[in-house]
Design a protein around this ligand. Structure first.
Ligand code: KG4
Ligand code: ZN
Length: 349
């Protein structure tokens, strides 16, 4: 079964053709980065306008690179949540209309299921496992029992991890997207240059509860404290033996950011007994996160290839295949939603 996957939830206009949920026949990603770079962040209106301009050429290119016509496609899958509303609506309306006009099976796909599925496009992974979904909008630690059966164990109580990378990079003018810039600079810096506190983690007592006012669970993460420390209170945490260079700031920030994730993930490993971790989302491209996780003995860590960590249509086609293959279809009335939806909440205390 050949599925056309369409993705337009944020600032990438993307389309791909994937066969049987595994073989990527084509994968076209038109990035809008140059249009948002000047603003150091995604401008929603620019994003929607670019999607409107690019969606047809991108889908056409995905089909022509696959050497297929639309008649040879067996189903159409489109991201409908979560993301920027104006961006989602472009891809969703386009995909729905295309499916209706060509009488193809149509399925709306949760973007976060896509990020998790990205690793499956290149690896054989069996369920259940622990998922680490880390992107510009999400930091989720979850138990994954099937491609669409996800129980959220922990999430962020404030900023997402990618958002913290982006905000720190924006403040210091390191470049855009912030995560990519910091990862690159950090390779030339020393993580010991600053010892940023991890207040949320330090405050949490052994029972997994924190002081009142700080919503928390054993697996929740927090990034606003680290962001403030790295931006406004850097003098307080700087190690005087080191020069205050972009490389050193990046290395120290990245180290703390990644260790927050790791500490929570290891708790989930300990509690659930699951030893396979599958990562997904833009921050899963982070070289330090990949290295630290790979070095954890006793864990099997699966990362998507770098190109599939950030937004793409292949991951949506992959999930779409799994739904369509078991006979699921979305109604024509299906709408876009800015929120995640559809994830189970664990029996959190
Ligand atoms: O998954 P994605 O493309 O879009 C969302 O669904 O949010 O993720 C984008 C996020 C941005 O915050 C970006 O700075 C971050 O992923 N990112 C990285 C790296 N590459 C992208 N963060 C850390 N290290 C990287 N190498
Ligand atoms: Zn994404």
């Amino acid at each position: 079964m050949k599925v056309l996957g369409i993705e337009s939830s944020c600032d990438e206009t993307a389309a791909a053709v994937v066969e049987d949920g595994r073989v990527i026949i084509s994968n076209v990603v038109a990035t809008q980065i140059p249009f948002h770079e000047t603003y150091n962040g995604v401008v929603p209106e620019i994003a929607s306008r670019k999607h409107t301009e690019w969606i047809l050429p991108v889908v056409k290119q995905a089909l022509s690179e696959a050497k297929l016509t639309i008649d040879e496609i067996d189903g159409i899958a489109v991201t409908n949540r979560p993301g920027l509303m104006g961006s989602l609506l472009v891809g969703l309306t386009f995909g729905k209309t295309l499916a209706w006009a060509t009488k193809k099976p149509f399925i709306a796909v949760n973007h976060m299921l896509g990020h998790l599925y990205a690793a499956h496009l290149a690896n054989d992974i069996s369920y259940p496992y622990l998922g680490l979904l880390v992107s510009g909008g999400h930091s989720i630690i979850c138990k994954v029992s099937d491609f669409d059966d996800i129980e959220v164990l922990g999430t962020t109580i404030d900023d997402a991890v990618g958002e913290a990378f982006d905000k720190v990079a924006k403040f210091y003018g390191f470049g855009y997207p912030g995560g990519v810039a910091i990862d690159k600079l950090a390779k030339l810096g020393d993580p010991r240059a600053a010892r940023f506190p991890m207040p949320f983690i330090d405050k949490q007592n052994r029972a997994g509860n924190v002081a009142e006012g700080v919503a928390a669970h054993r697996y929740d993460v927090s990034y606003s404290g680290l962001k403030t420390a790295a931006i406004n209170q850097i003098d307080q945490f700087w190690n005087a033996d080191f020069e205050r260079t972009p490389e050193n700031i990046s290395a120290a920030f990245q180290e703390a950011a990644v260790k927050i994730l790791l500490s929570r993930l290891l708790r989930a490993v300990e509690d659930t007994g699951l030893t396979t971790v599958v990562a997904g989302g833009g921050v899963a491209a982070n070289s330090r996160l990949r290295a630290l996780l790979a070095a954890e003995t006793g864990l099997t860590c699966v990362f998507p290839p770098l190109k599939l960590c950030t937004d793409n249509g292949a991951m949506i086609a992959g999930v779409g295949y799994r739904f369509l293959a078991r006979g699921d279809r979305s109604p024509w009335s299906v709408n876009a939603s800015a929120r995640v939806q559809g994830f189970k909440k664990s029996g959190r205390a």
